[in-house]
Design a protein around this ligand. Structure first.
Ligand code: HAM
Length: 427
């Protein structure tokens, strides 16, 4: 077969997916400590949602969306991110009817048609949180604190740096954009071709240009903090003060603007300390205007998302397995060793009852030599082995072998059930 997974995608299975599932489950638990409820939205949405929410000038929308024309000629896209869908859901499900905090956590795939490379996929997975009705700066702090708690739980916070910045409110951002435009126009000849276009469409985008940011003239660009309103500045100072208070290290990076247009005021990113091209692990910020831009309601919001693949590339899997108390392989409690077909048929009934009762049980696909079966039981770490052959069927008994103490006993299956109900199956 010559059919391969699409470029920029991958398969994940076996112990690796088991670890990821457990990891995600633990991260959900951490978000629960902060009062976040899970949410799931569709993987495809109308194209218009992202054009309006994320911005038509952003790379994500203008270059990277997977577009689908459905059978009724509607323009749909595979979601490139999950904040806009949650805002859509907030509006559609009238969650704005309550002024209480609405806090959601999510995990799922997102799709971007980017050039694949290490840490950059076309289908990747995001874990994120969105805090809606977040009408105080304390919510920004709570969100950053949660991101920090997740990284800390898996012992990777020291491998990252938290960059933060403020983008100010609409007016401040406009004043800053004008100042940037003037500045970059004065250096027009030095700009790369992409930045010449960006200067026309969205001057803020120049700040994260990998080419121009290395040039001399970049050192003199205006600093956003000099253009934002008093309120934005005070809010930002409060964020910084509280991060100090919480002992969360950060770097104020005035060039951090994020690649999506919906942000205002606080923006932040955790990046890896290791030099690599895809160094952004987790990014987020405040987006107070998105709900009102999309509807006639308003709600101030803040959130973040991280790339699960990039997160996983930072963790030490063996160490994380320990944190999650997860054995590399499924630990078998009882291995059944039937010696003939009749015994195997009996075993299938016994095993179902025990599995339904919560025990991990295994059996061969067909009766085999006892030596082979014991070897298999050993390989999968079974604690107990139950052997049933002709003799046992005749006498209505089983042979119970303890793989740790190596003791063997002959008893009825009912006696065995009683003993595991009393003592469990571990030594
Ligand atoms: P974003 O910075 O575009 O923000 O993406 C968040 C994270 O997704 C990135 O930091 C990165 O780890 C991961 N990521 C993005 N693109 C790829 C890719 N092609 N391959 C692998 N990983 C990738 C957002 O999406 C916002 N919705 C975050 C947010 C939530 N802001 C407020 N609430």
């Amino acid at each position: 077969m010559n059919i391969k997974a699409p470029r920029g995608t991958y398969d994940i299975y076996g112990p690796e997916l088991r670890l990821r599932n457990k990891l995600i489950q633990r991260i959900y638990e951490i978000t629960e400590n902060y009062g976040f409820y899970p949410i799931q939205t569709p993987m495809f949405e109308s194209q218009e949602l992202f054009v309006r929410a994320v911005g038509s000038d952003t790379d994500v929308v203008s270059k990277e969306m997977y577009e689908i024309i459905d059978k009724k000629d509607r323009k749909m896209v595979l979601r490139p991110e999950i904040t806009a869908p949650i805002v859509r859901s907030f509006i559609e499900n009238k969650m704005y009817a309550s002024t209480e905090a609405q806090k959601f956590a999510y995990f799922g795939p997102a799709f971007r048609y980017e050039r694949p490379q290490a840490g950059r996929f076309r289908q990747f997975h995001q874990f994120g949180v969105e805090y809606l009705n977040a009408d105080d700066v304390s919510c920004d702090i709570e969100i950053i604190s949660l991101a920090h708690s997740i990284l800390k739980h898996f012992d990777i916070v020291e491998d990252t740096t938290l960059n933060i910045n403020t983008l100010g409110d609409k007016e401040g951002r406009k004043a800053y954009t004008d100042a940037l435009t003037t500045y970059f126009n004065n250096h027009h000849d030095e700009l790369c071709d992409d930045c010449k276009t960006r200067l026309e469409t969205n001057p803020l985008r120049l700040l994260d240009c990998k080419v121009c940011s290395k040039k001399e003239f970049f050192n003199g660009i205006p600093n956003i903090i000099d253009y934002v309103s008093e309120q934005s500045r005070a809010d930002f100072e409060r964020v910084c003060r509280n991060l100090d208070n919480l002992g969360i290290n950060y770097v104020v990076n005035p060039n951090l603007v994020r690649g999506l247009d919906y942000y205002n005021d606080t923006v932040f990113e955790f990046v890896t300390n290791e030099a690599r091209s895809q160094n952004a692990i987790l990014g987020g910020g405040r987006y107070d205007n998105l709900v009102s831009d999309m509807s006639n309601k308003s709600s101030k919001c803040v959130g973040f998302a991280f790339g699960v693949e990039r997160f996983e590339s930072l963790i030490d899997k063996a160490h994380v397995a320990q944190i999650l108390e997860l054995d590399k392989h499924i630990q078998t409690d009882i291995y059944f060793a039937p010696m003939n077909v009749e015994a195997q048929d009996m075993v299938m009934k016994m095993i179902k009852e025990l599995r339904d009762g919560g025990l991990v049980c295994e059996m061969p696909r067909a009766p085999r030599a006892l030596k082979k079966q014991l070897q298999h039981a050993n390989n999968i770490g079974a604690v107990l082995v139950i052997i049933i052959g002709e003799e046992e069927i005749k006498n209505n008994t089983i042979v119970l072998k303890n793989m740790i103490s190596k003791e063997e006993s002959i008893l009825t299956y009912e006696e065995f059930l009683e003993s595991i109900m009393e003592e469990g199956c571990h030594e």
